[in-house]
Design a protein around this ligand. Sequence first.
Ligand code: PA5
Length: 421
Amino acid sequence: MRKSIQITDLYPNKIQKLDSSRIQEIQHQLKNWDQSPIAGFRTLANEDEKNLRLAEEIQNYVQLLKEQIQIESVLLLGTGGSSLGGEAVISGLYHGAIKFIFADNNDPDFFSQKLSQLNPKTTLIYAVSKSGNTPETISQLLTVMSWLQSACKESWKKHLLICTDEQKGDLRKYAEIYDLRSFPVPTTVGGRFSVLSAVGLVPAALASLNLREFQKGAHSEFINEQENFEESSVLKMALFLCEESTTTFSNHIFMPYCSSLKDFSRWFCQLWAESLGKEGKGYTPYPALGTTDQHSQVQLYVEGPKNKKIIFTEVKAFKNPLKLSVPAELKKLENFSRFENKSMLDLFSAELKGTRDSFVEKNIPNITVSVDKIDEYSFGALFYFWESVTAIAGALLKINPFDQPGVERAKILTKEYFSKS
Ligand code: PA5
């Protein structure tokens, strides 16, 4: 089996050792969660009949859809965990002609401006909501429904695909009322842990990506974790990030050196913030990008408050190293001549090393996750890896990482103000 994720660098080069009773306690907590009604993300990493069938069903349906509609654009309705994973997949792995738009907001000017750029007759709408009750998504859906109906008349339904809880919620009922094609989010899988369900796999299929490779990548991490939990990378990562009280190193900077992971950082930040920020605990995650943020954030990381841990992601092989050549007339210029016989990748790799070593010199804790290359397999592995680290972090912090009670109050008040508006 291809090995995708490794922890290659670590500073300080030690991770707290937990005694065996604490390890057992954590494993016990994880098992309890696995059986709870909302923590079923691990089931999406099984190589079982159900997941194989899901991948096949999605792939076949998308093929059929592409025969029925000339898809030029895909508009994804949804927010938070229903949107960020799919967006990470598409922006990281897709370079084709279909235009993907992830609304992830119900700012009316933003939304109408996006709609005005689309032709409804060549657009597919993918409306995603785990609960099926999220007002942002329903307001997007109502807008889009009349937009489709007026342009596509009786064939409007062909342009709308639903993804929601397999049993409950108003979006499920909506799909039934209009007899729309829908894919399920398993009841046991929460929004921000759902990317490896139809939530993320349908956009991937629309982009002609290989769904089985996502599943295989996730499965490989699942197996690594199961085979030797005590030595696993997921446990090491969680221990490294969560070993001190959440007030000492209260900021976790997610800094991949890979533009394909730019939106993956946003997905990670939601997972980390919403899962662990509760009961006065948690860490503020921040999405950075190498090398871009060397010219923006790194000054703060190096000389600002010593309250940050940096999580680098390194990709071992890039497709196009981009060899550089220096014209003879530029060889006298020091800042050009140093590129002779080098590639852009040589520079990029040196920048990661240089930045990381400068952090070490300043005593800034950092850890590097390495993946062999960027593809569906490594994305699947990375998704599972971070979901699992988050679950373990919850167990270490003694909080439930699968709920989000802190956002409920704003939802209640919003309903109240909205009904009075
Ligand atoms: O992780 C979560 O549960 C949230 O971020 C949700 O994904 C987000 O609130 C959207 O909810 P829903 O998918 O039910 O529309």
